[in-house]
Design a protein around this ligand. Structure first.
Ligand code: NDP
Length: 335
């Protein structure tokens, strides 16, 4: 069973030397336990926060332990009445090829139906990132038909879902993403009304002018994944009583300062700004997954995956995710 451990904590930008690949025997299955062969590992920006020691909303990852992470896979051995060999499951298997789950941990392993939804989608559009987009959009922004919703990191796992869910609700969806290819994909494949390449804009003024052109009626809802200059530019185009779902601030995950240049606009525009952590809202997951699952199964919710091959490629792929080298949901194929 190959595993990747957190070997050391990064200062600033992490490197591959913060991780260590080890080989251990495949664990024996005791009464009540289930052995899962992980097929895909999900790489997510929150893992960067867990690599730090300090206090954050996520508990730090202990050193020399298997990196935490969401996985999908197949039950290969079961001594637990609730699971049978061949069951497809989603869980928190970590950065490793096999995962042993105890009966007492039941609930951390969920069976999934792959008849209409591919297994890997349970880590993306029909999984944690999809529910994240759903929660911020449906519960915080709650767009009315005809309103304008803007989302940053728009080609990503979370952002891609946000814009498409906004369209389903009759809103206008405008993405912000890095590069012409990602912007083209967001409009042509995901069906957003427009997408702005922030890399073409060197300052808040220029990005804010681009937002004005694409959002002629202003911005009613903003789904924030990035922070910094992008947030500032959106603030300048925000309408009175607009809502901001504060989901992520990836521009600051390596400790970069991300000041807000005009917080007075919150007051001027009577804005509602709400941060949220999706795992604290388990009560809405069934409702969210039902809508997301139906939309994916019927081809109405599209997504894209960046798949790295083999466990050993996980550290490099993770560093790439933090730099925008991924294009869509970043996965690692383990089998
Ligand atoms: P993505 O698939 O969107 O990948 C991350 C993307 O962020 C990159 O592709 C890149 O896109 C963009 N990015 C990285 N660095 C910068 C930067 N300095 N400036 C601008 N853009 C940058 O990841 P996810 O969809 O998994 O996550 C999106 C966000 O949602 C993250 O901030 C994450 O932390 C947050 N999140 C929050 C949750 C919660 O419960 N609150 C749960 C899950 C995710 P580009 O090339 O377009 O710049």
């Amino acid at each position: 069973n190959r595993q990747i451990l957190l070997a050391s904590r990064p200062t600033g930008e992490p490197g591959t030397d913060n991780f260590k690949l080890v080989s251990t025997p495949v664990p024996a299955v005791a009464d009540g336990q289930v052995l899962v062969r992980n097929h895909y590992l999900s790489l997510d920006p929150y893992m960067r926060g867990r690599m730090n020691e300090g206090k954050s909303y996520a508990t730090p990852q202990p050193l020399n332990e298997v990196m935490i992470g969401g996985t999908v896979g197949e039950v290969v051995e079961s001594r637990n009445a609730h699971f049978a060999v061949g069951d497809k499951v989603v869980g928190m298997g970590g950065w490793q090829e096999y995962q042993l789950v105890d009966a007492s941990q039941r609930g951390v392993l969920q069976k999934v139906d792959t008849t209409h939804v591919p297994l890997s989608a349970y880590l993306g559009a029909v999984g944690m990132p999809g529910v994240t987009g759903w929660y911020g959009l449906a519960k915080i922004i709650d767009p009315k038909p005809g309103e304008t919703v803007v989302v940053s990191a728009a080609s990503g796992a979370v952002g891609g879902a946000v814009g498409q869910l906004a369209k389903v609700r009759g809103a206008r969806a405008v993405g912000i993403a890095g590069g012409a290819d990602k912007c083209r994909y967001v409009v042509e494949e995901l069906g957003f009304d427009a997408c702005i390449d922030y890399k073409q804009h060197g300052d808040v003024k220029s990005l804010s002018a681009a937002l004005k052109a694409e959002c002629p009626d202003g911005i009613d809802g903003y789904f924030e994944n990035v922070g910094g200059m992008i947030l500032d530019a959106v603030m300048h185009r925000a309408n009175p009583f607009s809502r901001v779902a504060m989901c992520g601030m990836i521009a600051g995950y390596n400790g970069e300062p991300i000041p807000m240049s005009a917080p007075q606009l919150i007051l001027v525009n009577r804005m509602k700004i709400e941060g949220f952590i999706v795992s604290e809202h388990m009560a809405v997951w069934p409702e969210a997954l039902k809508e997301l699952g139906t939309l994916v199964a019927t081809g109405k919710l599209k997504y894209r995956e960046s798949v790295a091959q083999g466990l050993e490629s996980a550290p490099e792929a993770f560093l790439g995710l933090l730099k925008g080298r991924n294009f869509g949901k970043q996965l690692v194929k383990l089998i």
